[in-house]
Design a protein around this ligand. Structure first.
Ligand SMILES: [Zn+2]
Ligand SMILES: [Zn+2]
Length: 475
């Protein structure tokens, strides 16, 4: 079954008013409730809609459906668009017809795939790594989350219904694991409970994994990976909330929200940094300084809320001092409420740089490893200030050293990491409203859109950094 739940009319029309369904009904109740019968709209309790079969609320399984997908082959040597066949879903899984998926820099390695390396010896004091999963060597659909319409739900699924529009973010929210229960849903542990199961078969019958693989007409997600959003806004723009937009907004707004009137420095004006800059603007920071080597990204930063921009290549070793000077208080007189010389600097320092995986076809930053930036962030942050970090992909062996004597008394507070304090089920609907109300300009972050056939070009544009965000869209 395939339909657009945002059509103005669905059902019997004028002659059957009880079956005439408006777009408002669909958005408010979900298409499954509507298609399931007028009773759902007439006051019947929601649980009356619980499916009776194990094949989903549609009453029929989509298993066997052929669909096109951009696949990384099991030989880890190539990626191509293939027609694959959907397998039956698990009782807690859903099938989603993808509308848009972003080609994140985190996944540009798909351009030059390498088999998973054997786990490195754990660092002293670290928890042991999970043993390698042989299923990870299967072919896999490329992708990193996206947005689409639910077409089939497993018999145990409660969160979404057929016809719902859902964002599939890179981080789940199960609400049941230790971290979800302790206010750390950005570290949801449900992934450890999910078996890595193939979701489709190649034409030769071999298995294809699909976890988060949104570079395909269909994707399969577990219930806790889905967030229903009741919006008919542009799919390419909303797809940014599956990863980069949410990470940036989270760094500005969640866990440690930026305080109104504060001074903020953001290293990196890629899609994550530009989302953090917009988050700082939304939170009413008074100074927002973007540090970015690529000229068109500095221009975008100024358009989206930065009050000043700095080119790290132009500043060299003087970068940190320059940024400190740009963010000093109105006075050094502590008795007059000034910061004093030892507290000068930004209240929040946000890092959204990370390691370089391919040489960009634009201006190149001063340190491809991303390690130097982390040290500059630490240097710049004044005692009592906050450091937020989101960069990933540092080459192995990239280490950052801090003077031990400054560790405790330095009082530099850090909060960062995967999804930056965001609870996806709680926060994504709010981020959607920020996009709809134009407080978060997602349109300016969609640099270029591509068809599925050009998935490789989308990744290449991300690797080259020639497009602010590459998004694959489906008609
Ligand atoms: Zn969880
Ligand atoms: Zn990502």
């Amino acid at each position: 079954m395939s339909f657009n739940p945002y059509d103005e009319e669905l059902g019997g029309g004028e002659g059957h008013p009880e079956r005439s369904v408006s777009r408002r009904d669909l958005i408010k109740h979900g298409a499954a409730a509507v298609v399931g019968g007028a009773a759902a709209l007439g006051g019947a309790p929601a649980f009356a809609q619980a499916p009776a079969s194990t094949s989903g609320t549609t009453g029929k399984s989509m298993a066997g459906t052929k669909f096109r997908a951009y696949v990384r082959h099991a030989d880890f040597k190539s990626t191509t668009v293939e027609t694959v066949t959907l397998l039956p879903i698990q009782p807690r899984q859903v099938v989603i017809r993808v509308q848009a998926a972003q080609a994140c820099y985190t996944i540009v390695n798909a351009l030059a795939p390498v088999p998973p390396a054997p786990p490195a010896p754990p660092l002293p004091g670290a928890l042991p790594a999970a043993p390698p999963n042989p299923a990870a060597l299967n072919a896999a659909i490329v992708g990193h989350g996206g947005i689409g319409i639910v077409e089939e739900v497993g018999s145990m699924v409660k969160r979404v219904q057929v016809g719902d529009r859902v964002i599939v973010p890179v981080t789940a929210q199960c609400g049941e694991c230790y971290n979800c229960l302790h206010g750390k849903a950005d570290r949801c542990q449900s992934g450890f409970n999910r078996p890595l199961l193939p979701m489709a078969r190649m034409p030769d019958g071999s298995p294809v994994n699909g976890n988060l693989g949104a570079f395909a007409e269909l994707m399969v997600a577990w219930e806790e990976q889905t967030v229903p959003v009741f919006s008919n806004h542009n799919a390419a723009e909303l797809s940014l909330l599956s990863c980069v937009g949410t990470t940036g907004l989270g760094m500005a707004m969640m866990r440690v929200p930026i305080e109104a009137g504060s001074h903020v420095v953001v290293f990196g004006a890629g899609p994550v940094g530009l989302s953090a800059i917009q988050g700082a603007r939304i939170m009413a920071a008074s100074k927002i300084i973007a540090v970015e080597p690529i000229r068109y990204r500095r221009d975008l930063a100024l358009k989206l809320g930065a009050t000043a921009v700095v080119d790290p290549n132009a500043e060299g070793d003087g970068l940190v001092q320059k940024l400190r000077n740009m963010t000093q208080g109105e006075t050094d007189r502590a008795f007059a409420g000034g910061r004093g010389a030892n507290a000068d600097g930004p209240d929040f320092v946000i890092e959204a740089v990370g390691g370089e995986r391919f040489v960009p076809k634009t201006e190149r930053g001063p340190d491809p490893t991303g390690g130097q930036v982390l040290f500059q962030v630490w240097q710049l942050c004044p005692p009592g200030g906050w450091i937020r970090t989101a960069g990933v992909g540092h080459p192995p062996g990239t280490n950052v050293t801090f003077p031990a004597g400054a560790w405790s008394n330095g009082t530099k507070q850090q909060a960062g990491g995967n999804f930056a304090g965001v609870n996806t089920k709680r926060d994504l609907p709010m981020f959607v409203r920020l996009i709809e109300s134009k407080q978060f300009d997602a349109k300016s972050l969609v640099g270029q859109t591509f068809t599925l056939d050009r998935a490789k070009d989308a990744l290449q544009a991300a690797a080259d950094r020639t497009s602010i965000s590459s998004v694959i869209t489906f008609a």
